[in-house]
Write a protein that binds this ligand. Structure first.
Ligand code: F0G
Length: 448
């Protein structure tokens, strides 16, 4: 059931079909290069694109902009303690700032970091320390049809085989990403989290949770994990996060803000080290790359994110979009994740081989057909990793409503009707950092 109403609106419009075609060509068939005003329904990301509440806007006006000792930082500290259970907070400008601070502190050249699945910025930050990011997803994570409740889980078997191969001393860091964004936004169970904690203890590694979407994950736990059937979302969130030594957070997701992030921990030594590194890269530890007003809005947003009515509406809205797409004949990764519907591009365009980027072809068709912007998360975004050819339709929080989703469903169905006319793409230019290529590379249609 919907848990809010609108009080401010932003005009959107659908460019003509000829204009969309021109826009796509000028963007080098990479939708990151499109102007946002040329996009009708923007499902590129759920990150920083949501709508703030009236309480958040009120907090924004009362933000304390002091360089040191800001009252807004105190508010954030108490929100993190109440909602996430950690006493020490190092604010950063966004999630990747937190990754730089924490992983720069924990990793050295030659180390290995294990993760259920590294998100692209996480992978790049681990690699930037000279360390090796190794994914340990469960086998069903990459099966778009497996009907399992926790396809985001961390595979202990895979992790143990990596440790057997490289030696425990090379693995100082184990990360659990909840929900597992690069594995179709699938949740991670609390039981799995406990086992990861034990495993990290066995190999004497630091256990970090990437908590970007912790509230959505907790909502899935209350619905799918028997032990927590009667628990509330906020207590599950605290319990699950409590197994970690530290969390990295992008406030742009379940902080319900447009910018911001932090590292949080109860480990005093780790806190001190992170604080020093944060001063270098982010700012003084009571603002850390954010304006006081942004700290204040995030303090309110974190509390709203674990509100039962909000989070139920959130995951139900995404689930409904997924099932409507499936009913319209669009191949959808099952079950639908927390923040996005992932489309199975190989099933949508079976005639396009992986090396011609079927996911990118689908992304281009969604824009061409209806001005809808999604993002490819297959072999274009993740070269040389073995994963399905997915397209993510990420849903900004509290922003789009039923009519918008009607348009998305109609657009996707229409794009598939024309599938035989679609050929794949090849890369025309690419940047030097392979982990980040999908942001700025350009493509051109392959002649069929
Ligand atoms: N970790 C995960 C799991 C993420 O999904 C993201 C961002 C980050 C870290 C980095 O946070 O953007 O605040 O610097 N994900 C966005 C996305 C960009 O579209 O999924 P950030």
């Amino acid at each position: 059931m919907v848990a809010y109403k609108s009080k401010m609106v932003e005009q959107i419009s659908l460019p003509s079909s000829a204009q969309r075609e021109r826009n796509l060509e000028e963007a080098g068939y990479n939708v990151f290069n499109l102007a946002a005003e040329d996009v009708f329904i923007d499902l590129l990301t759920d990150s920083g694109t949501g709508t703030m509440s009236d309480d958040q806007w009120a907090a924004l006006i009362r933000g304390d902009e002091a360089y040191a000792g800001s009252r807004s930082f105190d508010r954030l500290e108490s929100a993190v303690a109440d909602v996430m259970g950690f006493e020490r907070v190092v604010p950063t400008h966004q999630g990747r700032g937190a990754e730089n601070v924490l992983y720069g502190t924990l990793l050295s050249e030659g180390d290995v970091a294990l993760n259920n699945t590294h998100f692209d910025t996480t992978r790049a930050h681990v690699a930037n320390q000279g360390a090796d990011p190794v994914d340990c997803p469960v086998s069903e994570a990459h099966d778009p049809e497996a009907d399992e409740p926790f396809k985001g889980n961390f595979s202990l078997d895979r992790a143990r085989s990596v440790v057997d191969e490289v030696g425990a001393e090379r693995v100082p860091l184990v990360i659990l990403t909840i929900t597992n964004n690069s594995a179709a936004g699938q949740p991670v169970s609390v039981a799995n989290t406990r086992r990861v904690r034990e495993f990290a203890d066995e190999i004497d590694a630091t256990f970090v949770i990437d908590a970007c979407r912790f509230a959505e994950n907790a909502a899935f736990v209350t619905r799918r994990e028997d032990e927590f059937a009667d628990a509330d979302v906020s207590s599950v969130a605290r319990e699950q996060l409590g197994y970690a030594d530290a969390v990295v957070m992008s406030g742009k997701k379940d902080g319900l803000v447009n910018v911001g992030g932090f590292v949080a921990t109860d480990d005093e030594d780790l806190f001190e080290e992170c604080k020093q590194r944060a001063i270098l890269y982010e700012g003084f530890p009571t603002y850390g790359g954010m304006a006081g007003r942004d700290l204040a809005a995030m303090a309110v947003g974190l509390r709203e994110a674990v509100d039962e009515a909000y989070v139920a509406d959130r995951i139900e809205g995404v689930r409904r979009l997924g099932s409507r797409l499936a009913e319209a004949g669009v191949p959808v990764y099952e079950p639908t994740g927390g923040h996005a519907v992932y489309l199975d591009a190989s099933a949508a365009f079976p005639h396009i081989p992986d090396e011609a980027f079927p996911g990118q072809a689908l992304v281009c068709e969604l824009y061409r057909e209806g001005g809808v912007r999604g993002v490819e998360l297959g072999s274009f975004a993740f070269p040389e990793t073995d994963r399905p050819e997915l397209v993510r339709l990420a849903v900004p929080r509290r922003t789009y409503h039923r009519e918008h989703f009607d348009h998305v469903v109609e657009t996707a169905a229409a794009a598939l009707e024309e599938r035989d006319a679609v050929s794949g793409y090849e890369i025309a230019s690419e940047p030097s950092v392979p982990e980040l290529r999908h942001f700025t590379a350009t493509l051109e249609p392959r002649s069929s």
